[in-house]
Ligand binder design. Structure first.
Ligand SMILES: Cc1ncc(COP(=O)(O)O)c(C=O)c1O
Length: 375
């Protein structure tokens, strides 16, 4: 039995899985990088802009990389399954890989995890339970995470909390993003990444560090209404004092899981953190959608950070940069509805607020109307 030669498993020699027979793959990794300089870049004044499309992973987010490694370890070690916390995407990935592995996934999610992500978990057989306070306040976030990690170990399950602090082996899956970027965009001098618990930022840093090649500056972008990265950078690894106020699903984290690794990634690469309001994230999501790239708000957050840096004079418009799009557009239907409302206004002459339904007889007239009277 040999390891798959494609996707994430091309890098198996850098991953903790030893038994190729334990691998379960849904096609994770080797996501495309698209040059968006002429479209999105031109619209905002960034002349060398690339998008790393992590939304193209199985289950629509980069978390598939983590779940793939986790369930290979579950199988290799004969564990009973995985138990974790999740804002939704990690859970969706865990549930899918559990199903593929013939194993099980138990997820404790945020109380307001968006409906589509919860459905993704349950539809493939994951067990989900919503917990109040998690993500929203630092004490609940940390207490519940510590409790679940300990209980998982006791029950003979893998602790699938997506941070190096809790699941250092599974999180090596994130490092493969850096291995791919080193091949795909070796000229990039900056990589912008969204930050929730800080695992993505930490993992990409560790991945580049492994390669010992050129290390781009890493920039962590968080909604201003989360604040836990800023707090950690300012010496408060325990998180923020109050509640998070951002509505960006996936980035509602009052305390970082990787409160050491994330600030270290910024320091070691000469990078910095950027705080952006939810409105700027929504605008970045709409901008990507304008050019056919439909991602969830968290997936547009890195772009919002680059735009903010450009406006603040912290980024040269000619610098070659990568922004990482982490999650797919179908995951947050409220955000989709916002985009749709704006578009319907523009597309339909009669102020439709939903896509209109017409009879077959009305088709020719509608068509003529929509095509401006041309046949
Ligand atoms: C789409 C998306 N982007 C970014 C993140 C943040 O990743 P991390 O928690 O590793 O910082 C998450 C986390 O759930 C996510 O779902």
């Amino acid at each position: 039995m040999t390891f798959p030669q494609t996707g994430l498993w091309r890098h198996h020699d850098r991953l903790p899985v030893r038994d190729a027979a334990a691998v379960v793959t849904l096609g994770e990794g080797d996501t495309p990088v698209i040059d968006i300089s002429a479209t999105v870049g031109a619209a905002v004044g960034l002349r060398r802009l690339w998008l790393k499309c992590e939304d193209r992973n199985p289950t629509g987010s980069f978390k598939a990389r983590i779940a793939a490694v986790a369930y290979a370890l579950v199988r290799e070690r004969g564990l009973a399954g995985a138990v974790g916390t999740s804002s939704g995407n990690g859970g969706a990935a865990a549930a899918a890989y559990a199903a593929a592995a013939g194993s099980r996934a138990v997820l404790f999610t945020l109380s307001d995890t968006v409906a589509a992500k919860l459905r993704e978990i349950v539809a493939v057989g994951g067990i989900a339970c919503r917990v109040t306070g998690v993500g929203h306040d630092a004490a609940s976030t940390r207490t519940v995470a510590d409790l679940i990690a300990a209980a998982a170990a006791q029950a003979g399950c893998y602790p699938l909390l997506t941070g190096f602090h809790y699941a250092p082996e599974a999180m090596t899956g994130v490092q493969t993003i850096a291995y791919e970027l080193a091949e795909q965009t070796p000229y990039a001098t900056r990589v912008y990444l969204p930050v929730g618990g800080g695992g993505l930022l930490t993992g990409v840093h560790r991945g580049y560090r492994d390669l010992a090649g050129p290390q781009p500056m890493l920039i962590g972008v968080q909604p201003a209404g989360a604040g836990s990265l800023r707090a950690a950078v300012e010496g408060h690894p325990e998180g923020i004092a109050g509640q998070v106020t951002t509505a960006v699903s996936g980035l509602q984290m009052a305390a970082l899981f990787d409160a050491v690794g994330a600030p270290e990634a910024l320091r070691a690469t000469g990078g910095h953190d950027v705080a952006v309001p939810d409105t700027a994230i929504e605008a970045a999501q709409a901008l990507l959608a304008r050019f056919g790239l439909l991602v969830e708000p968290a997936g547009a957050t890195a772009l919002a950070g680059a735009i903010a840096d450009l406006a603040a004079g912290r980024l040269d418009p000619d610098e070659p940069i990568v922004v990482v799009a982490t999650g797919a557009g179908h995951k947050d239907t409220a955000a989709l509805d916002r985009l749709v409302a704006a578009r319907l206004d523009a597309a339909w002459p009669d102020d439709a607020t939903v896509v209109p339904t017409i009879t077959p007889d009305e088709v020719p007239e509608r068509l003529a109307q929509l095509l401006g009277g041309r046949p």
